[in-house]
Design a protein around this ligand. Structure first.
Ligand code: SF4
Length: 147
């Protein structure tokens, strides 16, 4: 039976980024060619592509996901989308995420204050939920596979 890898869909070449640009990372495709790939993108199914940017804003001690232009709090929508995905994605062997994304970033996502000043770099909302639900699974990002 093949090992399973959950991989951020934009790294696989899917046009699902907010700006509609290609972000395929060939090193990721090469590294996981023997795996069963489970593409993951929580934003595109909810908000379409292209879409306005979202950011992680620290408010009252919690990280919230807020749209940049309309200032809508989409945290709950994303949480539901990610949890629905997890319910269907049993037993991954590894998770490879896109760095710096408000959803997928693993230790690399800018966390802003209400004035949109940088507070720190930490996990995006999906990386945080994956850590909680798949704590025993290796989580990494595309930087490990770039050549
Ligand atoms: S970084 Fe994550 S949420 Fe953003 S386009 Fe890629 S897979 Fe989708």
């Amino acid at each position: 039976m093949k090992k399973k890898a959950i991989i951020s869909a934009c790294l696989l070449g899917e046009i699902c980024r907010y700006d509609g640009k290609l972000k395929q990372v060939n090193g990721v495709l090469e590294a996981f060619k023997e795996y069963e790939i489970i593409p993951f993108c929580p934003e595109a199914p909810l908000f379409g592509t292209p879409r306005q940017r979202i950011s992680v804003i620290r408010m009252e001690g919690k990280n919230k996901i807020i749209t940049d232009e309309t200032h809508e709090d989409v945290t709950q929508k994303l949480e539901e989308e990610i949890n629905n995905f997890i319910m269907k994605s049993l037993h991954p062997d590894i998770i490879v995420l896109k760095s710096k994304s408000p959803s997928c970033g693993f230790g690399t996502t800018p966390i802003l204050n209400k004035k949109r000043e940088l507070l720190m770099y930490a996990n995006g909302i999906a990386a945080e939920i994956f850590l909680e639900k798949f704590g025993h699974v290796q989580i990494t990002d595309e930087r490990s596979y770039e050549v």
